[in-house]
Design a protein around this ligand. Structure first.
Ligand code: ZN
Length: 113
């Protein structure tokens, strides 16, 4: 299960960060997840619930920021929202699209105690 592995690595990273800051507990964790990151949000949330058990995050509030994907056309320079990695430019129909954002999966911030 892809999302469980991701949830576990998020927890590990957050704990590592908290330990580096001599914290005892993590109160809040902010995540940024792009719409093209390939994450099933409901599976990830479910996986996180079990991944935080017996960790520094067991009482943490998890705040999720969903980032809508955006691309720029390599031919006409239009910037537009991207539904999938293979969407053509809505202006000129070109498939030469550079993804500007939407692939991110990262910890934005953590609040420790
Ligand atoms: Zn274009």
């Amino acid at each position: 299960m892809h999302e469980l592995a991701i949830a576990q690595s998020i927890v590990r990273l957050a704990e590592q960060n908290a330990k580096d800051n001599q914290a005892e507990e993590i109160e809040e964790l902010e995540l940024e997840i792009g719409s093209l990151a390939g994450i099933e949000i409901s599976s990830l949330e479910f996986a996180l619930q079990s991944a935080v058990k017996d960790t520094m995050l067991h009482r943490a509030r998890i705040v999720r920021h969903d980032i809508p994907a955006e691309g720029r056309c390599g031919d006409c320079d239009a910037v537009f929202p991207v539904e999938t990695l293979f969407s053509p430019c809505p202006q000129c129909g070109s498939y030469c699209v550079n993804i500007l954002k939407g692939k991110e999966l990262r910890i934005k911030s953590i609040v420790v105690k």
